[in-house]
Design a protein around this ligand. Structure first.
Ligand code: PEP
Length: 254
């Protein structure tokens, strides 16, 4: 269950901003947060290139940083990859795993289990594991099956989550970047199911904290629909997180 009333508001900038634009957006958000007190936790996910500089220069007690992806192996000859340890050393706290865009364009489905195992084994960063169904799967009534399978695969190499902090993100693929919205009542059903699956899988080895955030075209018009709903512990926001004022408003009022 949600451990506190502090929600996790995540901004996933994807590959939308270059180095300079990333830095200036992070500066704007952290400056705004320094001026006004908010109770929620903000988590920003810039691209790899700007991450280290942002973590170093944009400090704020309400803001954490994370990476949009990580290598499935600890260290070594893996051209083009970034390791958990490197991310940890620069001050990253979280890492996204299995975002649908990575599953779709970079065949990450097959790597999710290795990545989760690596993260949990090294106990270094908090994983944010994304799960979600396509429109076709939803229409066919397969949402629960798809998500159960994604969770089963992602945790297939992990026996215990005892003492760990895990974030799961329910992101229906058809709602990501499309402007299409799920009804909050429908999201709640899936969030509940996700928790049930995790409880039944891990039983006594359940994590210390399991937060389940929602993502999919969240914006200024609809974010309040997801507020004060049991087991929606926060939001994962793509497009709207690129607009500092809108993102700040959501982080403040959710
Ligand atoms: C996302 O990137 O995970 C996401 C939910 O994007 P958007 O808010 O643009 O739909």
């Amino acid at each position: 269950m949600l451990s506190s009333s502090r929600k996790l508001i995540i901004g996933n900038w994807k590959m939308n901003l270059d180095y300079k634009a990333s830095l200036s957006l992070a500066q704007k958000i952290t400056k705004d947060l320094a001026k006004k007190k908010i109770k929620n936790n903000v988590l920003l996910l810039p691209d790899f290139l700007s991450l280290a500089e942002i973590v170093k220069n944009c400090k704020n007690k309400n803001v954490s940083y994370g990476a949009q992806d990580v290598a499935p192996f600890p260290v070594g000859s893996y051209t083009g990859e970034v390791s958990l340890e490197s991310l940890k050393k620069i001050g990253c706290k979280y890492v996204l795993v299995g975002h649908s865009e990575r599953r779709q364009h970079f065949f990450d489905d097959r790597l999710v289990a290795e990545k989760m195992e690596n993260i949990i084994k090294h106990n270094s960063l908090i994983p944010i594991l994304c799960v979600g169904e396509s429109w076709g799967q939803r229409r066919a009534g397969k949402t629960t099956d798809v998500i159960a399978k994604q969770l089963e695969t992602a945790f297939s190499r992990i026996e215990s989550l005892k003492g760990k902090r895990i974030v799961l993100a329910y992101e229906p693929i058809w709602a990501i970047g499309t402007g299409k919205n799920i009804l909050p009542a429908e999201a709640v059903v899936v969030h509940k199911k996700i928790r049930e699956i995790m409880v039944s899988k891990f039983k006594n080895n359940f994590p210390k904290e399991l937060e389940i955030v929602y993502g999919g075209s969240v914006n200024l018009k609809n974010y309040l629909d997801f507020k004060n709903i049991q087991d929606i512990s926060g939001l994962l926001i793509g497009g709207t997180s690129l607009r500092a004022d809108d993102f700040f408003k959501i982080a403040k009022n959710f």
